[in-house]
Design a protein around this ligand. Structure first.
Ligand code: ATP
Ligand code: MG
Length: 353
């Protein structure tokens, strides 16, 4: 929780006359000079120490409107809509703007926006920050932290397989995000998959779209309907049973195994082609033994990690907290492995323009 600064510490300064006053104004009528932010909601001191020209966005309670942003390019497309790279005209900061079509009543929409705001007011460095949300012309737009190296889906499209040391480093970060969601916020993500694990040039990995699958389901008229891929769904969930935090662990295990072997672990038998239909997938997930890492290609620690995640009985699956202490994660902890080097050696994410 951000603590309010005592009023006594406010320093008012007249802006320098060398710069026209309009330079301090954003399209929403927000005025800012140094640490002073002034708009229709009132005046606020945003940072006591910071006097930099580009204020740290984390430090601010941002008051955005759509007019404050200029579109740079389209960076992705999902089932709910388009993701654009945008620049804040005043701050110069880049954000990802995700638009989601919503055909729902005003009251439900307000409730969802409220939920998104609460859910995504994240204090965890491994969950993508949602700074703001707008509703405009049937679209909800989310102003998200921009992750400049795209998603894990983009990475595995290029490298085909990811080596164990990198997987351990990547997985540790995702587990830290899951520990925050599961143990601190007491919520299930519900849609862990490669395209929702985002990466930046520093090699930071963050979980995105937390709360978004619930929002899309609402827009389809039913809170419990799932919108998206069923590929990573745990057996208890795809078969319509009750599920908990452990369903995210199943999904994580499948994602990590996919990165290691270079293909989605559930696939057609040799003489059939194409992806599995929903019913084939359902049958494989529910009826067949769970996929595992081949022990002749991977370390015992990795094989054990995968089988600690991909257990059909959720009670047999480890929790995110337990997995953080798994020998596979521990093995590479002090090896100084830089995921930033891997991502910067790849082509930038696909430009949809
Ligand atoms: P689905 O909509 O089926 O869940 P998805 O996760 O790929 O699929 P989106 O969440 O709309 O769909 O994202 C589309 C793509 O946009 C992602 O794969 C990613 O490459 C890019 N993207 C999304 N959010 C961000 C972000 N915050 N920063 C950078 N790129 C992003
Ligand atoms: Mg997504």
């Amino acid at each position: 929780m951000k603590t309010k600064k005592p009023l006594g510490q406010l320093k008012l300064a007249v802006p320098s006359q060398e710069k026209p006053v309009t330079d301090y104004l954003t399209a929403s009528g927000t005025f800012q000079d140094g640490d002073l932010l002034l708009n229709r909601q009132g005046m606020r001191l945003i940072s006591e120490e910071s006097s930099s020209q580009t204020p740290d966005v984390k430090d601010m309670e941002l008051q955005f409107t759509m007019e404050d942003f200029e579109i740079v390019k389209v960076i992705g497309k999902g089932s709910g809509g388009v993701v654009q790279l945008v620049r804040h005209k005043f701050l110069g900061t880049l954000f990802a703007l995700k638009g989601i079509q919503m055909n729902i009543q005003e009251t439900v929409r307000k409730q969802i926006v409220q939920e998104i705001k609460i859910n995504q007011a994240s204090l965890c460095p491994h969950v993508v920050v949602c700074y703001h949300s707008f509703y405009h012309n049937g679209f909800i737009s989310l102003v998200l932290e921009y992750m400049d190296r795209g998603s894990l889906a983009d990475i595995i499209r290029q490298v085909k397989t990811v080596l164990e040391p990198y997987l351990a480093v990547l997985c540790k970060q995702v587990l830290n995000g899951l520990v925050y969601l599961h143990h601190e916020r007491r919520v299930i993500h519900r849609d862990i998959k490669p395209s929702n694990l985002l990466v930046n040039h520093k090699g930071e990995v963050k979980i995105s779209d937390f709360g978004v699958s619930a929002m899309l389901a609402s827009s389809m008229g039913q809170r419990d309907t799932f919108v998206g891929t069923y590929n990573y769904m745990a057996p208890e969930r795809i078969s319509g049973g009750s599920y908990d935090f452990k369903s995210d662990i199943w999904s994580l295990g499948l994602v990590i195994l996919e990165c290691a072997i270079g293909s989605f672990p559930y696939r057609q038998t040799e003489n059939e082609e194409g992806p599995l239909s929903f019913y084939e997938l359902l049958e494989s997930i529910v009826e067949e033994p769970p996929p595992s890492a081949p022990s002749d290609q991977f370390s015992p620690e990795f094989c054990s990690f995968i089988s600690s995640c991909i257990q059909k009985d959720p009670q047999q699956r480890m929790s995110s907290l337990e997995l953080l202490n798994h020998p596979f994660i521990k093995k590479f902890e002090d090896k100084d492995i830089d995921l930033g080097i891997l991502v910067s050696s790849l082509d930038p994410p696909i430009n949809f323009e």
